[in-house]
Design a binder for this molecule. Structure first.
Ligand code: HEC
Ligand code: HEC
Length: 355
């Protein structure tokens, strides 16, 4: 009797362990099916009907085909205007403590999403102007009628804006990916040497771009660590960035924050050119040249000045010499951060072209 109950309880224990392990997997693996709410968010993310004139969706500027960036220096809104900044990837943004390039107030997806949806400076999607029309359009759309009913129990697509936001945020939370060669132990010898360089005291890259997220913005909440001036500008050698885009100083009003921008992730970075907050650096080679020089020199035009001498530049950026071989290794390492499964993983694809 005693023996049987031991075996029984062992069996129950074993079953619980198996169940626990399998449910952990299903929460963590991005390949797994989306919940209904996440699925709704996925449709909305890719739906151009969310913009006031039906031209743009979140995915227009965060394209799954471009690792959730857009390839422009500065993204283009539904009205054809440029936004002030380069569109960052959204892969693994879930782990960031701060969103956007220099706005510490945007510290959650829920807060951040209001800018592209309703922002006026400039209008990006312009959703607030079209919600009633949108309800009408979606009520005759079988996918949305079904999903809104399943998720929120709403008839005739009489959804609210906050439900739309909530569903998109749920989808953003599923844009997770850690299957690059770096994660799979598939780095070649050059890439491994490049990683050693990346972490070493000569380059100091990992001080600001530490693994596994490759940005301090995911591992620190300290604003002074998360935002840095990397010496891209030094207008008239007066330690200034262009006056219409001075970074963290816009929010903090501290003069010493002029030119500080959020440290971006380097995951998939080889696929997300052009670079920096304003997209002003075209290639990864140029990025390395700028760091090697200890700042960017601009010789002509209204942004003339040598960023190397910007007194507000972070002290870690001092410049260094790289041999051709070391440069090759560093590039191999950065290449090992590309997770090509993003291009095929079904949950990242446009649901409208997958029907
Ligand atoms: C017109 C192009 C455009 C559209 C449309 C757009 N975004 Fe963005 N997105 C950007 C740009 C540019 C930034 C950087 C903003 C900044 O710092 O000024 C950004 C930043 C973000 C960030 C912060 C990422 C990070 O690393 O800090 C998130 C999250 C985001 N967008 C989600 C969305 C969602 C969700 C939508 C749809 C509701 C959307 N975006 C629509 C261009 C766009
Ligand atoms: C002091 C912190 C710091 C150090 C050290 C640092 N970075 Fe950065 N990195 C940043 C910040 C901040 C930005 C964004 C700057 C901007 O847009 O104004 C950035 C941007 C980048 C970008 C552009 C990414 C994108 O999506 O636009 C790349 C690539 C990059 N860094 C690679 C490196 C490498 C390689 C090293 C080492 C040689 C390095 N960084 C060292 C803070 C740092």
């Amino acid at each position: 009797m005693h023996k049987i109950s031991t075996i029984q309880s062992l069996f129950v224990f074993f079953t619980i362990v198996v169940f626990f392990i399998s449910s952990c997997n299903s929460n963590n693996s991005p390949k797994d099916a989306l919940t209904k709410k996440e699925q709704l968010g996925r449709y909305l993310f890719f739906d151009t009907r969310l913009s006031l004139n039906g031209t743009k969706s979140c995915a227009s500027c965060h394209s799954n085909k471009m690792y959730f960036s857009d390839g422009y220096r500065k993204s283009i809104t539904s009205l054809g205007e440029n936004v002030p900044h380069n569109a960052p990837t959204l892969i693994n943004s879930k782990f960031l403590h701060y969103y956007d390039w220099a706005n510490p107030a945007a510290n959650s997806f829920a807060i951040q999403i209001k800018r592209p949806l309703y922002g006026n400076h400039p209008i990006e999607l312009g959703l607030d102007k079209s919600i009633i029309g949108l309800q009408r359009v979606f009520s005759s759309d079988s996918i949305y009628s079904t999903l809104f009913k399943a998720v929120y129990g709403i008839k005739d697509s009489l959804f609210t804006l906050s439900q739309i936001e909530e569903a998109i945020v749920a989808y953003e939370n599923r844009l997770i990916s850690f299957s690059a060669p770096f994660d799979n132990g598939k780095m070649d010898e050059d890439a491994q040497k490049g990683f050693t360089l990346f972490k070493g005291a000569k380059l100091n890259c990992a001080k600001c771009h530490p693994p596994p997220y490759f940005t301090l913005a995911s591992t620190s909440i300290n604003i002074d660590s998360v935002y840095s001036n990397t010496g891209l500008y030094n207008l008239d050698n007066k330690n200034q960035y262009p006056s219409d885009d001075i970074g963290l100083m816009t929010y903090s009003k501290r003069v010493t924050d002029n030119g500080k921008f959020k440290i971006p992730t380097l995951r998939n970075v080889m696929q997300t050119a052009p670079y920096m907050h304003d997209g002003s650096v075209n290639t990864i080679e140029e990025v390395i040249d700028i760091y090697a020089r200890g700042g960017r020199e601009i010789n002509y035009g209204k942004y003339k000045g040598d960023g190397k001498n910007n007194q507000l530049k972070n002290k870690l950026i001092t410049g260094f010499d790289l041999t051709q071989q070391e440069r090759k290794e560093l590039l191999s390492f950065l290449n090992s951060l590309t997770d090509t499964s993003i291009l095929t993983n079904k949950i990242f694809q446009n649901p409208f072209s997958n029907q």
